[in-house]
Design a protein around this ligand. Structure first.
Ligand SMILES: [Zn+2]
Length: 399
């Protein structure tokens, strides 16, 4: 039996057991590269309400040479730019205020802040990605954010006016330590933005493909409030976003900050509880429905492949890799996965050995079907690939 990473109590309430799966971003350089499989099951701690993986794989082995960098999706870049513009309006910045971003990737978000007006710093643990950020002129430290490093950062750079921790919390192996670190680097006037895909949406919309080893936890407002309860932090504002199939952005500040807790925090808290995401019946139903969807996808593959049709997929992001591996060996019949990221092209999907191809070949290959894997970018991808209808090709997605 596993124990909760936060309160150490035994937990056995399962949201879904997806079996043994490869690490989703562990793309293979050649077809026969061996692939390690690890258990992938999400459990709920009934005490602190944290949804979490039953087994956590060492983050160093996941992130030391990370293939992904974000600058490839135009809708994501727009999201980052909108966020930057919004905070510039909402927060009363003065000259040379310090903005620190955790998991800053290649600097795609921080580049929206003028370096003549702000002091900026990115934290990006993957050395190769941090290098790209530095080349883009974004000051970056290649470190993890945790209690030890928080003290180092505070001493070296001072306390930030704004801390951005968007879409990083789920990737953090020790969430309690991370939240304590936020408390350490914050001053009374610091604002903290944390953004994450909502586990409410994950459960209600059966987004099982957002479950993979890099996501240690699956979060809600209730859970975060439980976890920061004993710290000197409070949530004072909630924003609902439609990114990643439904996300929430929480604004945190020190409890000693005079800023009032907005009404929508109370509303969202009770809405989450009403959605029954912490009830064992809901969990069982989720798992059953996900396995039904797996069967449905396999039926589709079997039928269409029997007709000798050329089936490809699009988008070799972790989500798609998780989806295909959960659906199983049958997916080996998919002839290739297109992806715009040149760093991924020529690599193979772990566990299935499907080659990742440059989308410029779509015109020569003329697939009968392209399965869109990142359903959160479906609109953008459908527009980009609409030309496949010229030969009767179809774009489909399973969600
Ligand atoms: Zn717990």
């Amino acid at each position: 039996m596993s124990s909760c990473q936060v309160c150490r109590k035994k937990i056995n309430l399962s949201l879904i057991d997806m079996g043994h799966m490869p690490i989703a971003n562990d793309l293979k350089k050649s077809k026969d590269n061996k692939c390690n499989l690890f258990p992938l099951e999400v459990l709920l701690c009934e005490d602190c309400k944290l949804f979490q993986l039953s087994v956590r794989i060492n983050p160093q082995s996941i992130f030391s040479d990370y293939v992904y960098h974000s600058s490839y999706s135009s809708s994501w870049l727009a999201h980052a730019k909108n966020f930057a513009n919004k905070v510039k309006n909402d927060i009363d910045f003065s000259q040379n205020n310090f903005i620190m971003e955790i998991a800053s990737n290649d600097g795609y978000l921080l580049k929206n802040f003028d370096k003549n007006k702000f002091k900026i710093l990115g934290l990006e643990p993957a050395e190769n990605v941090a290098d790209i950020a530095r080349k883009n002129n974004i000051p970056t430290e290649a470190i993890f954010f945790n209690e030890d490093n928080a003290t180092y950062l505070k001493n070296k750079y001072g306390k930030p006016k704004l801390i951005i921790a968007n879409n990083v919390l789920a990737h953090v192996p020790d969430i309690k330590n991370f939240l304590r670190a936020l408390d350490i680097v914050s001053a009374k006037e610091t604002f903290i933005s944390i953004e994450f895909p909502s586990v409410v949406n994950l459960i209600q919309d059966f987004q099982f493909d957002t479950i993979y080893h890099e996501h240690f936890t699956y979060l809600s407002l209730n859970t975060i409030e439980n976890l920061i309860n004993k710290l000197n932090l409070k949530v004072f504002r909630v924003e609902k976003l439609d990114t990643h199939g439904g996300s929430i952005r929480l604004w945190l500040a020190k409890k000693s900050n005079d800023i009032k807790i907005q009404k929508n925090v109370h509303l969202e808290r009770s809405k989450e509880l009403k959605s029954k995401i912490f009830d064992s019946e809901t969990l069982k139903l989720f798992s059953r429905e996900c396995f039904k969807r797996k069967d449905r996808f396999n039926n589709f593959l079997n039928e269409e492949i029997n007709k000798n049709l050329k089936i490809y997929a699009y988008g070799a992001a972790a989500k798609g890799i998780s989806f295909l591996n959960f659906c199983g060996d049958n997916c080996k019949k998919i002839l290739g996965v297109f992806d715009k990221n040149e760093m991924k092209q020529g690599c193979y999907i772990p566990g299935l050995n499907i080659e990742i191809l440059d989308p410029k070949h779509i015109n020569e290959i003329k697939p009968d079907y392209i399965i869109i894997l990142p359903w959160n970018l479906k609109k953008e991808i459908k527009k980009d690939l609409s030309f496949i209808s010229n030969w009767g090709g179809k774009l489909i997605s399973f969600e």
